[in-house]
Design a protein around this ligand. Structure first.
Ligand code: F6R
Length: 616
């Protein structure tokens, strides 16, 4: 949510600010803006509602000069989506961009208004601007003014400031939301993530909680001073980033989402091989560091990551005999959960910044229970807080709807299941080997499936105009039905619900008529016959049924549903039930993608969605 960029250079920065914002678009936003110091003294800015194109056109018509500047993509929290509420906020003294929420802004605003400050927006950010400029008016230096302000505001945020009459100073502060510095000899950058800075820097430095960084470029030489929460100067590690413009390019694909769907054979394989040796099936660190003494497992996550956890419940219980609870983070943190000290807690998050998952992690830590984070961003807040981190090896995921991160999360959880099953000897060695081999083999099975993606384009032509859709699955594939429904609603805006097929008669069957597409996951597993009965029940009620199944499953369906054809029976390669969730996810991603494509929605940046949900 919200993206921040800042640059100090010796050449005009406005074009690069816009370029950086382009790479932050994937985070989700509804307005954007940039501010610079022109003539080195006065703040000037351009802001526009809606897509970045509007801002780029505005700057084209009315250019901004200046060798120092900040930029922002805003995802509205306080105040409507208007130009007035777009960042940067600015007065004649300071300009600021902000990601996060200032929780005590209402009281602060009242106090500042009583002092005579005039507010021109409805944002919480404007409070920060006034606090800093009031402090500067009282004689504080810009750095002292920011330090002072951060003792007053409460909440989770990242901030970047420029100041009139200070053409060589940019200040950045982190408390709860990530910020990374990009460092070269004669230019300095700040960004919400390293993706924003990819073309310009190889050396980056992640700020820690409570840090304030003063970035200066004087006489062509850059300098960074970082103060920690107590005001002491600290050194934070500089590291080399491997994020390049190539790694975040769309290549020949129409959308990032499609590219990321097609990357899955590679990303699943990379993820599994980072955890287990193919030669001797030994586990690599970090799996070796997982505690062995726990009674049960609790998995906590949001959205798609929650559904990955839901599949793991079936895996861990069936094959490793470990009682497993799955919790939606925003519910868990506000219930009164019981902590017994015997629970291993697994947090799943692509971004590693989801505020509810992070808060749930902090809650669990305060109860002294062990924590593991499965994340895609190793520098993220969730990764920093967890006792142990397991990384999904998928590279940056740019499409807002999660695809390759989800299947990599599944791959990690399947590998964990194999580890637990081996440790606890809950399955026979032959059976273990069979599942291990099927996990290693699944990337090539998915590659085979991806070779026939025209079938999904065909199916999409039948459903892109519908209002509603139902997804049904049983066992391990019930959470995949939930995930399939989420993908469809996120990117095509079609209302979709996932149900356990066995729940059909307990309510949702009332929705079935000839307008309702029902997408059924029916691998030829131990639940197949029951699912086949459900298929017959919905076919006779006129639904448009699309079934994903194996060759054997398709034969049985053809035999038993004679005379009432399904809209589509898609034959997927055969695999065993352990790995079906990985395989059956992919057709649902493709169906959602091609449906949204046929409908013409903004697939990579669906309306209202943000890639990392850093506010509640
Ligand atoms: C759906 C999607 C979201 C995220 C959710 C949690 O495609 O991407 O549902 O899964 O917002 O995000 P992370 O995994 O970053 O914690």
């Amino acid at each position: 949510m919200c993206g921040i960029i800042g640059i100090i250079s010796q050449t005009n920065v406005s074009e690069r600010l816009l370029d950086g914002l382009k790479r932050l678009e994937y985070r989700g936003y509804d307005s954007a803006g940039i501010a610079t110091l022109f003539d080195g003294h006065s703040i000037d800015r351009r802001r526009a509602e809606g897509k970045l194109e509007n801002l780029i056109a505005l700057v084209g018509r009315n250019p901004l000069e200046g060798t120092i500047g900040i930029g922002h993509t805003r995802w509205a929290t306080h105040g409507h989506v208007t130009e007035n509420n777009a960042h940067p906020m600015a007065n004649t003294i300071v300009s600021v961009v902000h990601n996060g929420i200032i929780e005590n802004f209402a009281t602060l605003k009242e106090a500042l208004q009583a002092k005579g400050c005039v507010f021109t927006s409805d944002t919480d950010t404007e409070v920060v601007m006034h606090l800093v400029s009031e402090a500067i008016k009282e004689g504080f230096s810009p750095l002292a003014a920011v330090q002072h302000t951060l003792t007053i505001v409460k909440g989770a945020f990242a901030l970047a400031f420029i100041f009139s009459d200070h053409p060589d100073l940019l200040i950045a502060a982190r408390k709860g939301s990530p910020l990374v510095l990009g460092i070269t000899e004669n230019e300095l950058f700040v960004g919400s993530d390293a993706i924003a800075l990819a073309p310009w820097v190889r050396t980056v430095c992640y700020l820690e909680e409570g840090d304030i960084a003063a970035l200066t470029v004087k006489d062509g030489k850059s300098n960074v001073i970082i103060l920690n929460e107590s005001g002491a100067t600290v050194q934070r590690p500089f590291r080399q980033t491997n994020i390049t413009t190539d790694s975040i390019s769309k290549g020949d694909y129409t959308h990032y989402m499609l590219k990321e769907i097609f990357e899955q054979p590679q990303t699943i394989s990379d993820t599994v091989q980072s955890l287990i040796s193919l030669e001797d099936t030994s586990f690599h660190a970090p799996l070796l560091a997982i505690p062995t003494t726990f009674d049960h497992i609790r998995i906590i996550a949001c959205g798609t990551s929650f559904y990955a956890g839901y599949v793991a419940k079936y895996w861990f219980e069936k094959w490793a005999h470990i009682r497993t609870e799955v919790e939606i983070a925003s519910e868990f943190r506000y219930r009164s959960p019981v902590f017994d000290g015997k629970t291993l807690n697994i947090f799943i998050s692509q971004s590693g910044e989801t505020i509810d998952t992070l808060s749930a992690l902090l809650l669990v830590k305060s109860k002294n229970e062990p924590t593991i984070a499965i994340v895609n961003v190793p520098e993220s807040s969730i990764a920093r807080e967890a006792d142990l981190v397991i990384q999904t090896m998928v590279g940056p995921e740019i499409g807002v709807a999660s695809t390759k991160a989800f299947t990599a999360q599944l791959a990690i959880l399947a590998t964990l299941c194999l580890k637990f099953a081996k440790d606890k000897q809950t399955i026979a060695p032959d059976e273990w080997k069979h599942y291990f081999e099927s996990l290693i083999h699944i990337p090539s099975v998915i590659s085979e499936l991806l070779r026939n993606d025209d079938v999904y384009q065909q199916l999409a032509t039948h459903i892109y105009h519908v209002q509603h859709a139902l997804y049904l699955g049983r066992g391990l594939n019930f959470p995949i039905a939930l995930e399939g429904a989420l993908k469809l609603k996120e990117i095509s805006y079609i209302h979709a619900e996932g149900y356990p097929a066995g729940e059909l008669k307990h309510g949702p069957i009332a929705l079935i008529d000839h307008t309702m597409p029902v997408i059924v996951l029916a691998p030829d597993d131990e639940w197949f016959d029951k699912t086949l009965s459900n298929i017959q029940e919905i076919l006779v009620r006129g639904a448009k049924v699309i079934v994903f199944t194996s060759k054997e499953g398709a034969d049985k369906i053809a035999k038993q549903t004679k005379g009432i054809p399904c809209l589509g029976v898609v034959i997927l390669p055969k695999t065993n039930s352990f790995t079906t969730p990985l395989l059956y996810t992919v057709p649902l991603q493709l169906l959602a993608y091609y449906t949204a494509y046929a409908k013409g929605t903004d697939v990579d940046q669906p309306r209202n969605l943000a890639k990392s949900v850093t506010v509640e």
